[in-house]
Design a protein around this ligand. Structure first.
Ligand code: ADP
Ligand code: MG
Ligand code: ZN
Length: 594
């Protein structure tokens, strides 16, 4: 946004300066012309008399107009009788004899001045028009260019160009089938989402993935970016949205891609200056999305890295009701991405891309693409045709230095801590009979979390048994416990786990009546304060009971991690290499180190 602003204001300043120059030129021109047009008039006889007296120093003849300068410095203009100068062969020699300086100019052509005036007027109006065009509606044609450019590009990108986001690819695959034959799909009653929200940090390939869907399905790809909409004047954003969808409806099937949806889709009711414009644009988007039938072959895909700030209206059924996470790649993903981009340059056979992938934890797809590019540039600068491992090392340092990506990469100690912490969660989850099955464990930073242990709920669950909740607490404690046992440390990394387990235990006691000592009563404790209906001594017993439940979970976790040390260690070590393990990988390790 900032970049765009600067570009725009530079442009405005340039246009302003040009306009000012033109104005000055026009003013000078007019002044000069007036000076020209209004010399002192004299009668022709005055000139003849002055000539006779020898008072004339010089004369400028242009046609029948004569400008003369007297010896006393005054000047005057007079008009000779028609063709006087040419018809009197003695006139000029007579002047010469009287020592008058003679200068002859082409007859003054009034129209020459008028051409100048017209030229200046045209330039002035042109500049003004251009300025207005850039400031106001200039972006509308720009959108048309963009959509057209994207159309052509669509067919060239396929799923093969996107790596490291296999789950996301899997989730959008059915869109391809639908886009190929929207009619047939509707016929068999398939429910296709109108809107899909790609969620993930910058540079992970959201735009690329959207393009590849269009490429796979061989349908047009209409591109727009949320940030383009909001910097415009009121109403223009909304009209652009209308245009975009009008364009979309002309196609049999197509993808409308809206990048940076959060720029338009922020929750309404903000106080920023542009918020009215944004609201109009957002409303138009909602209207358009509700306006086409699901079988019309239009799929709207949007990308954002801030789903949390989106207006809830955008996420309702029939709008962006499906979210697909596009996360940072793990080791294997990074290697695949490097391969894709390395294919475009000549890389030395001895370069081990897996090794390069190892050295780039936390890099996004875009950063990896940039890495390959920088390595190739480094090779060229060194006068080589082939990219070597050394080039990759140099490029890596360069990419690491740039950007604010330091926050994403963990120190080695943090990685180790994270690996043991997540393994602790995972092993406890795997061994507790009442817990949901494990889905995935990763030590790839995502958002503010350094690692994640994901469980897959079996079916929709609306109620939870006491055993399930107790297992949840034990799993949450597993991270802290593993850190204590293996690394003899406590870190703040467990803070969120502790908060969540305390909250579960509190609700078990105060809301679900699961504490045998306190019975099935609702103990109100609003915001941690003692509410009405709870005495001081009861509050104390609630606190004790909550503590008791959490500590039991902690003890369960400690016993499991202690008993399965080998499994936790093996998993942590594996994670440090591959960064993420799926359900099968987890099972395999548990089986191996039983
Ligand atoms: P996002 O939209 O998530 O910010 P982009 O799709 O714009 O990311 O990625 C920018 C570029 O980085 C892509 O054009 C591609 O060259 C490279 N890139 C990013 N992610 C991937 C990926 N998963 N696989 C291959 N290349 C990628
Ligand atoms: Mg993008
Ligand atoms: Zn944790």
């Amino acid at each position: 946004m900032f970049g765009k602003w600067t570009r725009r204001s530079t442009l405005l300043v340039a246009i302003g300066a040009a306009g000012l120059l033109l104005l000055i030129a026009a003013a000078l021109f007019i002044v000069r012309r007036q000076a020209d047009a209004a010399p002192v008039r004299a009668a022709f006889s005055d000139l003849l008399r002055d000539l006779d007296r020898g008072a004339v120093a010089g004369i400028v003849i242009s046609g029948d107009e004569l400008d003369f300068t007297r010896r006393d410095g005054t000047t005057a203009r007079t008009t000779a009788p028609a063709n006087y100068v040419t018809a009197n062969p003695d006139f000029i020699p007579g002047l010469a004899r009287k020592d008058v300086r003679i200068d002859v100019k082409a007859p003054r052509d009034q129209s020459a001045y008028d051409y100048g005036a017209v030229l200046i007027a045209v330039l002035f109006v042109g500049t003004l028009g251009f300025a207005l065009y850039r400031m106001n509606s200039g972006r509308i044609p720009a959108l048309e260019n963009k959509t057209r450019a994207a159309d052509r590009e669509a067919s060239t990108v396929t799923f093969d160009d996107v790596a490291g986001v296999d789950e996301a690819k899997e989730e959008v695959r059915e869109l391809v089938d639908f886009l190929r034959e929207p009619g047939r799909f509707a016929g068999i009653g398939g429910r296709i989402p109108k809107g899909v929200l790609l969620v993930g940090p910058p540079g992970t390939g959201k735009t690329l993935l959207a393009r590849s869907i269009a490429g796979e399905a061989r349908v047009p790809f209409l591109f727009a970016s949320g940030s383009d909409f909001v910097e415009m004047y009121a109403g223009v954003g909304a009209s652009r949205i209308r245009k975009l969808f009008k364009d979309a409806r002309r196609h049999q099937a197509c993808i409308v891609f809206i990048d940076e949806l959060d720029a338009v889709g922020r929750s309404r009711g903000g106080t920023s200056l542009s918020h009215e414009e944004r609201e109009q644009t957002l409303n138009q988007l909602l209207v358009e999305m509700d306006g086409f039938a699901p079988n019309q072959g239009i799929v709207v895909i949007a990308a954002t890295n801030r789903p949390d700030i989106l207006d809830p209206a955008l996420l309702r059924p029939g709008r962006f009701d499906r979210q697909v996470t596009v996360g940072a790649p793990d080791l294997k993903g990074r290697e695949q991405i490097l391969r894709i981009h390395a294919k475009k340059v000549a890389v030395d056979d001895r370069v081990d891309l897996r090794q390069v992938a190892r050295g780039t934890p936390g890099f996004s797809g875009a950063e990896l693409a940039n890495l390959v590019n920088e390595a190739a540039l480094h090779a060229v600068r060194s006068g080589r045709q082939i990219v070597t491992g050394g080039d990759f090392d140099q490029a890596r340092d360069k990419v690491l230095m740039g950007a604010e990506r330091k926050s994403l990469t963990m120190s080695e100690h943090e990685r180790v801590t994270c690996a043991y912490h997540e393994s602790g969660h995972a092993v406890v989850a795997a061994l507790l009979p009442h817990a949901d099955p494990l889905h995935k464990v990763t030590i790839i930073p995502r958002g503010r979390a350094l690692g994640v242990t994901m469980q897959l709920p079996e079916g929709d669950r609306h109620t939870h048994t006491r055993e399930f909740l107790e297992a949840q607490i034990a799993i949450l404690m597993g991270g802290r416990v593993a850190e204590e046992i293996f690394l003899r440390q406590m870190t703040s990394g467990a803070g969120n786990d502790i908060e969540r387990s305390t909250e579960i235990a509190r609700r078990m006691v105060c809301e679900f009546g699961m504490s045998p000592n306190l019975g099935p009563l609702a103990y109100r404790q609003a915001d941690g304060e003692r509410g009405a209906g709870i005495s001081e001594s009861t509050a104390q017993r609630v606190d004790e009971e909550v503590r008791e439940i959490v500590m039991r979970g902690y003890e369960t976790a400690r016993q499991i991690v202690d008993k399965r040390r080998a499994a936790v260690r093996a998993m942590a070590e594996e994670l440090l290499v591959v960064e993420s393990l799926d359900a099968e990988g987890i099972r395999e390790i548990l089986g191996r180190s039983a």
